[in-house]
Write a protein that binds this ligand. Sequence first.
Ligand code: SF4
Length: 382
Amino acid sequence: SCPVGAIFEGDNTLSLLRDIATPKKLVVVQIAPAVRVAIGEAFGFEPGTNVEKKLVGALKKLGVDYVFDTTWAADMTIMEEAAEFQERLEKFYKGEDVRLPILTSCCPAWVKFIEQNYPDMVDVPSTAKSPMEIFSTIAKDIWAKELGYSRERVASVAIMPCLAKKYEASREEFSRGDNYDTDYVISTRELIKIFKESGIDLNDIEDMEFDNPLGEYSGAGIIFGRTGGVIEAATRTTIETITGTHLDNIEFNELRGWDGFRVAELTIGHIELRIGVAHGLEEAAKMLDKIRAGEEFFHAIEIMACKGGCIGGGGQPKALKKQVVLEKRAEGLNNIDRNSKIRRSHENPYVKAMYDKYLDYPLSHKAHELLHTRYFPKFNKK
Ligand code: SF4
């Protein structure tokens, strides 16, 4: 089950097979960063092996119409989150009343936990939607519309390492009437089940590229899948935007590591940032308690409910030597980042094109309408 009890595992495998078999449905699948370095384990690949091209091939063989990458949308999330971070920082340095820290908002389990247990802090998370929801909104409201397809005709399916994403997909704010932006979520383990029951072995599958324009990603987007990665991606864009420089070193080792609650102090040019990173339930709650009590101050924080971040998500293949496997999966993502031609979200040409053509600029009126959300205090009944 999900680490914060956001949801118990519900099986959506039949929904996918049903939609593939329905001729009038256009099945559009997105794949989260952490899935590609873990799913191969079920087919004999070493943990951390990037099998994304085999995944695309296998999904096409299954009958999926389009296979896109959530990582592209992670770059979009960073554009919005980094702009919000910059806006809050500027107000803070001018002495204006502004809420800091800003919390990265892509972990729905943790967002729900804050809504229920820290209702006085619901203005801490960034209002940028998670990559999964940004992808689904753009896929249905921009991409499909441009091709002449209605929202109802598209089955928007998310392959996620996460069980809480099933809950996130069902939140009303991510729907238009009874049509949800993400129709349903398939966990990594569910996809393994579908492949095995369909006789698909990733070893025998020919590599295929993601479809575009929602498939091209940066290295910053890919490290979303491990602890410290989202805030590292946001920091790359925020610092380069504020200082107007191109940093030589964008691997912030201070933000990396495995301690459950770690603090990094970064000084770059005239910018000084104090950043907190937490993963796993207990350490994350400790961090929020200290912030709430005024014992700690951070400009920005990242909290992931699962140990290791999404690479250790509740929907991923189980591992006997958990820490060893998590480290290999994290290194798999770091290697993809290191070998990427584009390593900053703001340099992704398909992200830039989306703003040029449809959204104007980060935090614009149009971007707010499509890419941002709200959080709601939910008081626990005692
Ligand atoms: Fe889901 Fe990732 Fe949060 Fe775990 S850390 S609950 S996998 S979003």
